[in-house]
Design a protein around this ligand. Structure first.
Ligand code: A2P
Length: 313
């Protein structure tokens, strides 16, 4: 898995194909999509264009997608993947993740993306959890590998206890855990546990608050990019604060998947392999940790989806 990927969450459908095309031209080979992002068809169109233009071959790309919460029942796992493959115009994925440890009542495939509400048109729309153990979903994920439809499987938004449980029964081991990770949420023990277990870690929102201002989930003082320590280190290396955070993520052994639609930022976010952070710089950045999680179902599900739904506590 290439250490830097393009995160596709919140990339508008109208911009997704062009952004994917630009990213490939600039050297990106890792794309992080999801059923829930609602832009898989446009992402697929971008991928089709680069593959048909010959800039790169399918085997040069590393494409991830994610099983949405409404498809945890084993019978729905393969049809959900097939929907993603069809939209992405691919015949296999490099990585398929269980998006959240949250099983919600099935929503038919004609609603795309299904979102969090079972019935958004009801007078009091809510999330409708169902009783599906992750082990049942994992068995169906393993079958996708056996069927040759996905090369690797993994999970997202899991903590150590869920990982430990999964590792206790998995016949095909999770290749990757993807979680929110940046200098304000370093999760050192989770990173170390995964390293010891041979599970690669991908950091989403590696720039921290940046993605969350526009959706009201971050505010004043939440920006790691504006931290004096980060700015000083950036100035010392002649790099931007964003490049320092991404380099820190890669240097601690995680993959990072920053999102941008702007060409200059796409380039900037990939140019992190021509400098190295010193040990004291690594620890100064890691020392900014304040366990600040921006993407927390325990907060946003109640605010946005009328349903109190903590998962990390
Ligand atoms: P934009 O898409 O307008 O470039 P993350 O992937 O950590 O969630 O961060 C994504 C957010 O950070 C987006 O709002 C994106 O805005 C912004 N962003 C991406 N790259 C950079 C960069 N190099 N410097 C500053 N902000 C960036």
């Amino acid at each position: 898995m290439p250490a830097v990927g393009l995160g596709l969450w919140k990339i508008e459908r109208a911009k997704a194909a062009e952004t994917v095309g630009n990213a490939v031209k600039f050297g990106y080979r890792h794309f992080d999509s999801a059923y829930d992002y609602g832009n898989e068809a446009e992402t697929g169109e971008g991928l089709r264009q680069v593959l048909s233009s010959g800039i790169c071959k399918r085997e040069d790309l590393f494409v991830t997608s994610k099983l949405w919460n409404t498809y945890h029942e084993p019978a729905h796992v393969r049809p959900a993947l097939e929907q993603s493959l069809k939209r992405l115009q691919l015949d296999y994925l490099d990585l398929y993740l269980i998006h959240f440890p949250i099983a919600l009542k099935f929503v038919t495939f004609d609603r795309y993306p299904p979102g969090w509400f079972y019935d958004p048109n009801s007078p009091n729309p809510r999330m409708e959890p169902i009783r599906v153990p992750i082990s049942d979903t994992w068995r169906a994920m393993e079958d996708l590998v056996r069927a040759g439809l996905v090369r690797n499987i993994g999970v997202s938004n899991f903590g150590v206890s869920l990982m430990r449980d999964l590792l206790s029964y998995a016949e095909i081991l999770p290749a990757v855990l993807q979680v929110e990770m940046h200098p304000f949420l370093t999760q050192d023990k989770l990173v170390r546990f995964c390293r010891e277990q041979g599970v690669a870690v991908t950091a989403f929102s590696p720039l921290g608050a940046a993605s969350y201002y526009s959706i009201g989930m971050a505010g004043e003082g939440d920006s790691a990019l504006e931290q004096p320590a980060v700015q000083e280190i950036a100035a010392r290396h002649g790099k931007s604060p964003a490049q320092v955070l991404l380099r820190w993520g890669v240097q601690r052994g995680t993959a990072v998947i920053p999102k941008s639609t702007r060409a200059e930022r796409l380039r900037e976010n990939l140019e992190i392999f021509d400098f190295e952070l010193a040990a004291n710089e690594m620890s100064a950045i890691g020392g900014l940790n304040r366990n600040r999680r921006f993407n927390d179902p325990g907060v946003f599900c109640e605010k946005a989806f009328n349903t109190f739904f903590p998962i990390y506590e």
